[in-house]
Design a protein around this ligand. Structure first.
Ligand SMILES: Nc1ncnc2c1ncn2[C@@H]1O[C@H](COP(=O)(O)OP(=O)(O)OP(=O)(O)O)[C@@H](O)[C@H]1O
Ligand SMILES: CC(=O)N[C@H]1[C@@H]2OC[C@@H](O2)[C@@H](O)[C@@H]1O[C@H](C)C(=O)O
Length: 397
C-alpha cells in the first residue's frame, strides 16, 4: 500500500484528530487559522478550538490578489502564479503558527483549506444558458501539503456544485453539526464580506434547515472606504458612517434589485455587490452630490436591512428565535445597532455564547468539513442541500 494511503487510513481511524481549519474570505483581511481537536464525527462530534490566530495579509499581497479578484477580465498569468503562491504562503503561515503554539507539524493530522475565492458565478449572476453554477478558489492544496508535510483537504466547493448546489454557503454543514439544539429554533448569522444565515430548526428535522447568502456584509462598505479614504481598509467602529445620515432615495435604489426577491437558498459575492452596484443605484436615484459620511451611513443601513429582511423571511412573526452572530461585521457597532433596533424582540448574541470564538467560526467549519470527509460522511443534511463529502486530498509526498 502507498504509505500516503496507509497514513490517511490511520488518521481516519483515530478516535480524535487535530485538524487545522483555514479561512480567507472575501474581505481579504488575512488568513484565519484554527487548530481544532475533533473527537468523533457527525452529530456526535465534540470539537474544541486549541488555538486560533488571524494572520494579516501584507498590503502588497492584497493589492496583487485584488488585480484578479471578482473581475470578469484578468491577467491569466497572475492567476496561475497566485494559485501556487497562495498555497505556499498559507503553508508558511501555518508552519509559523504551529511552532508558535508549541506543536510539531507531525502532531497535526490534517489541514482543511478553503483557499482564496477569486470568482463566484452562480447561474443567477452570469445568466448564461449553457453554463451551470461556477466558483473558483485558489491556493493549491498540493503546495500546502508539501510545504507543511501535512495531509491537506482543499477546494471544498466544487463537490457541492457537482452535486447540485451553488458551491455555498457551506456553513450549513458545520452549523447543523455543532449548533443545532432540540427545542430551540436558531439562526446562525455570519457577517463577513457577504452575509449569510443558517436557520436550524428546533425540531431537528434536516429538511427544515435553510442556509443562504443574504447580500452584502462588509463588502460594499469596505470597498467605499478603500476607494475614498486612502490607507484605510474598513470603517473601523463605524466612525465615518456614524457621522452621516441615511439617504432614503439611495437606500431604495440599492434595495431595488432582483437578488433580494429571489427565493432562498441563493448565493452571491462582490461580483454583484461592489462599487458599480452603488454608482448604478446613485444614477437611478439621480444623486450626484452626497457626502462620504451619508453614503457610508446609507450602505450601513442597506446592509443591516438586508440582514433583517432575511431574518424575517426565515422566521414567522413572533416566532421565538435565538440568533448567534459571527464574522467581522459583528465588530461594526452601527451595523449591529441598525439590525437590533429593527428586531427588538430578539436577543442577538455572538457564537461565543455557545462555545465558539465568532472570529474563528468559519475556519472551524472547514476543519469540520475535513473531519467529515475523513471519518464521517453518514449525516443527512436535508432534501435542500447535497449530503456529500467535500474536499480534495493532497499528500505531502
Ligand atoms: N472594529 C470594526 N469596525 C467595523 N468593521 C469591522 C471591525 N472589525 C472588523 N470589521 C469588518 O470585518 C471585516 C472582516 O470580516 P471577516 O474576517 O469576517 O471577513 P471574511 O472572512 O473576508 O468574510 P467572508 O469569508 O464571510 O466573506 C473587515 O473588512 C471589516 O469590514
Ligand atoms: C464563494 C465564496 O467564497 N462564498 C463565501 C462568501 O463569504 C460569505 C458568503 O460568501 C458564503 O457564501 C461563503 O463562505 C462561507 C464560509 C460559506 O460557504 O458558508
Amino acid at each position: 500500500m502507498n504509505p500516503n494511503i496507509a497514513s490517511l487510513y490511520q488518521i481516519a481511524n483515530k478516535p480524535e484528530r487535530l485538524i487545522i481549519g483555514l479561512m480567507s474570505g472575501t474581505s481579504l483581511d488575512g488568513l484565519d487559522i484554527a487548530l481544532c481537536k475533533c473527537i468523533g464525527s457527525g452529530l456526535n462530534i465534540q470539537l474544541s478550538i486549541l488555538a486560533f490566530e488571524t494572520l494579516p495579509y501584507a498590503n502588497d499581497f492584497k493589492a496583487d490578489v485584488k488585480t484578479i479578484f471578482s473581475k470578469k477580465t484578468i491577467d491569466l498569468e497572475k492567476l496561475c502564479l497566485l494559485n501556487a503562491y497562495i498555497g505556499v504562503l498559507h503553508a508558511q503561515m501555518i508552519n509559523s503558527c504551529i511552532a508558535k503554539w508549541g506543536y510539531e507539524n507531525s502532531q497535526i493530522d490534517a489541514i482543511a483549506s478553503h483557499g482564496q475565492t477569486i470568482y463566484h458565478a452562480p447561474k443567477s449572476l452570469h445568466g448564461l444558458a449553457n453554463y451551470g453554477n461556477g466558483t473558483l478558489q485558489i491556493g493549491d492544496g498540493d503546495h500546502l501539503a508539501v510545504t507543511t508535510g501535512i495531509i491537506t483537504l482543499s477546494d471544498f466547493r466544487q463537490k457541492h456544485i457537482a452535486a447540485g448546489g451553488e458551491g455555498a454557503p457551506l456553513a450549513l454543514y458545520g452549523d447543523y453539526l455543532l449548533f443545532s439544539k432540540a427545542g430551540e429554533d436558531r439562526i446562525m448569522l455570519n457577517i463577513g464580506g457577504i452575509s449569510n444565515a443558517t436557520f436550524l430548526p428546533g425540531n431537528l428535522n434536516p429538511d427544515n434547515i435553510v442556509s443562504t447568502d443574504i447580500g452584502p456584509g462588509n463588502t460594499m462598505m469596505d470597498a467605499y472606504i478603500q476607494a475614498h479614504f486612502e490607507g484605510n481598509y474598513f470603517d473601523a467602529d463605524a466612525i465615518i458612517a456614524k457621522l452621516g445620515s441615511v439617504n432614503k432615495p439611495l437606500l431604495q435604489a440599492l434595495e431595488n434589485h432582483p437578488f433580494f426577491t429571489t427565493s432562498f437558498p441563493k448565493t452571491t459575492g462582490p461580483e454583484l455587490f461592489n462599487l458599480h452596484f452603488l454608482y448604478a443605484a446613485m444614477q437611478r436615484a439621480k444623486i450626484t452630490n452626497l457626502s462620504h459620511e451619508d453614503i457610508m451611513a446609507t450602505l450601513n443601513c442597506f446592509t443591516a436591512n438586508a440582514i433583517v429582511a432575511a431574518i424575517q423571511q426565515l422566521t414567522a412573526p413572533d416566532q421565538p428565535i435565538s440568533i448567534f452572530v459571527s464574522g467581522g461585521g459583528m465588530h461594526n457597532p452601527l451595523l449591529l445597532q441598525n439590525i437590533q433596533t429593527q428586531l427588538p424582540q430578539i436577543t442577538i448574541r455572538t457564537t461565543e455564547a455557545i462555545g465558539i470564538n465568532p472570529d474563528a467560526k468559519e475556519a472551524v467549519l472547514f476543519a469540520l468539513l475535513a473531519n467529515e470527509s475523513l471519518c464521517g460522511g453518514n449525516t443527512f443534511y436535508g432534501k435542500n442541500t447535497p449530503s456529500v463529502s467535500m474536499g480534495k486530498i493532497s499528500f505531502p509526498r
